[in-house]
Design a protein around this ligand. Structure first.
Ligand SMILES: Cc1cc2nc3c(=O)[nH]c(=O)nc-3n(C[C@H](O)[C@H](O)[C@H](O)COP(=O)(O)OP(=O)(O)OC[C@H]3O[C@@H](n4cnc5c(N)ncnc54)[C@H](O)[C@@H]3O)c2cc1C
Length: 562
């Protein structure tokens, strides 16, 4: 964890650890913003790099080679990493709503959550098809399929629905890998059959005729049955039905089509396109809210349609970080002008790839080697993180250039003064009252004075004939998620009580929180104490009081009695 000397002045929240945000994090690490607290929230801890996914399926790369460790990258950028799922936005209070944990405040927000194949619109698809996203779920199903195929004794058909680059690469990569697995085991690879279905007139509709013809040839040579104008309208166990009445065998169905934005975006009030993606202008700002940006697949670029491809998500990273910085300084943002023609390197699974750019197309094993070189070079930016020179680390960052109101500047100055330990470095009473007021510790009859009616000290009754067991712990924060940290600290304190064979009754907490604007300190305290109180409540232990001070790092201790 990097520790900042600067008070926390602004919150930038990055929702989703997609291709744009990994670039943003790296750039913010290389050139930190003083006073900016960055929080990355993602359902994945390891985020996949799309360019290498087909190579992973083919068996050319390991899991680690195609994934970026978001925890490590966030730590490198001095950002907090919350491993969790965003379920909505409370835009009037500028908070990100989370599944199973407190909401997270933002001053500036960026969304880079990719797209989700929409299996809900087709009957049976949710139950019987495997959507290729989220990749973490897909990977589990893929590993399961590998095991099933290794045990095969008979004919087995795999259908891929979707004739874009993703679908074509997936079917060829799976075929290469699964046939190799059977060959290695001395079994008959011809038990495996592959079908590619697309509703369109041709595969790869956004690529030139030469590239389409080349792939049609490869698929034919590899005995992949391609069916165009085959719109799947029902998925059943063991088969697929198309709208025109055809039925296809499918022991396993992979879904690589009809991508859309997740349902929770509908409730945000942000303008969405017909697929549920967030509409953005050429500055990557949402049309309704200049404090909210979106990038990657989830962004619907209103100036002109962009292909949903990792390459655009990556390219949006630098303009996104630039505009986030400008926005934090209250300066006008700048336009992103994506290129009209772009190079796609599409692999055929067997270390061979086809290059496609506008009307140009060429192919070969050397194209695959070239792609491999480009992809590995990209990944090295995130796996081989440079050592930060002491002067470049956020802890030594210069005075903040973030735009603040007069009141915020006053609070920032007093937060800096607080670092010297003046005023006992105590957190202000109004912050405490607000943060602790929303906690709901369990009520117990033997707690005479606790947080429900706070006083200078708590008073608890010791039941006759019982002894008191005292314990105290103190942790410097070893994780940057305050809610999780509160839970860990409370569990640790309870562990000592249980180890003594005692029953937890009440707890006091000493917390240190880094200095910042009042709202930032209040929220940090609330997140940490909410985590602690949830654990204490589950054990029937009442939080009865404590002390909160400001320090360089987050820390908490609990003192429990019976
Ligand atoms: C088989 C296949 C092969 C492909 N090959 C290529 C290729 O070679 N080149 C190319 O350019 N494109 C390729 N693509 C397309 C590419 O995968 C996408 O365009 C790209 O991943 C989009 O990147 P992104 O940054 O928008 O989001 P993603 O990379 O999808 O990342 C989004 C992240 O946000 C997280 N997230 C989602 N919802 C939430 C939530 N509610 N709360 C918190 N976190 C959340 C996800 O878990 C994920 O980590 C391929 C696609 C497929 C299916």
């Amino acid at each position: 964890m990097q520790v900042s000397e600067q008070p926390i002045l602004r919150d930038l929240v990055l929702v989703g650890g997609g291709h744009s945000h990994v670039v943003v994090l790296r750039m913010l690490a290389m050139q930190p913003e003083s006073g900016l607290r960055i929080t990355l929230i993602c359902t994945d801890i390891d985020t996949p790099y799309s360019g290498m996914l087909p190579g992973y399926i083919s068996g050319h790369y390991s899991f680690d080679e195609v994934h970026i460790d978001l925890g490590r990258l966030a730590s490198f950028a001095g950002a907090r990493f919350i491993h969790g799922e965003v379920t909505g936005l409370d835009r009037s209070n500028q908070r990100v709503l989370m599944k199973d944990r407190p909401s997270v405040p933002y001053d500036l927000l960026s969304i880079n959550i990719g797209s989700t194949p929409n299996v809900r619109q087709v009957k049976g698809a949710q139950a019987h098809a495997v959507p290729v996203k989220p990749i973490a779920h897909f990977n589990l199903r893929w590993l399961n399929l590998l095991e099933r195929v290794r045990l095969l004794r008979d004919r087995f058909t795999i259908a891929v629905v979707g004739g874009g680059a993703g679908g074509v690469e997936l079917v060829l990569s799976m075929q290469y890998r699964l046939r190799s697995e059977l060959q290695k085991l001395g079994r008959n690879p011809d038990w495996l059959h592959f079908v590619l279905l697309t509703a369109g007139d041709s595969i790869l509709p956004t690529h030139n005729a030469g590239v389409r013809a080349r792939f049609a040839r490869v698929l034919k040579e590899r005995h992949v049955a391609v069916h165009t104008r085959a719109e799947v309208h029902q998925v059943a166990p063991g088969c697929l039905h198309t709208r025109d009445g055809r039925t296809f065998d499918a022991d396993e169905t992979m879904w690589v089509t009809q991508a859309g934005g997740p349902a929770w975006l509908q409730g945000t009030g942000l303008a969405l396109d017909e697929h549920g993606f967030v509409k953005v202008n050429d500055r990557l700002q949402t049309l309704d809210d200049p404090k909210i940006f979106a990038a990657g697949d989830v962004a619907s670029f209103t100036n002109r349609p962009l292909e949903k491809a990792g390459v655009f998500a990556v390219r949006m990273g630098p303009p996104l970080v630039k505009n986030l910085r400008l926005c934090l300084r209250d300066q006008p943002t700048v336009a992103f002008n994506p290129q009209r023609k772009w190079l796609a390197l599409i692999s055929t699974g067997n270390r061979y790839a086809v290059a496609s750019r506008g009307s140009i197309g060429f192919a070969g094993t050397w194209v695959w080697s070239w792609k491999d070189w480009i992809d590995r070079r990209f990944m090295r930016q995130f796996t081989e993180l440079p050592d930060m020179a002491p002067g470049a680390a956020p802890s030594a960052a210069p005075a903040s250039s973030l735009a603040l109101s007069a009141e915020e500047s006053r609070q920032a100055i007093s937060a800096i003064a607080m670092r010297c330990g003046g005023c006992g470095a105590k957190v202000g009473a109004s912050i405490l009252t607000r943060a602790l007021g929303s906690l709901q510790p369990v009520e117990r009859n033997d707690v005479l004075i606790g947080l429900h009616s706070p006083d200078d000290a708590a008073v608890v009754r010791v039941p006759p004939g019982k002894a008191m067991v005292h314990t105290v712990d103190f942790f410097r924060s070893f994780i940057d998620d305050p809610y999780l940290f509160g839970k860990v600290a409370a569990n640790h304190a309870l562990g000592d009580i249980f180890a003594m064979g005692a029953e937890p009754q009440s707890a006091t907490a000493i917390a240190t929180v880094p200095p910042g604007l009042e709202s930032k300190v209040e929220d940090l305290l609330l997140q940490m104490m909410t985590g602690a109180v949830e654990v204490l409540n589950a054990a029937g232990c009442a939080l009865v009081g404590g002390h909160t001070g400001e320090g360089r790092e987050l820390g908490v201790s609990s003192f429990s009695v019976q």
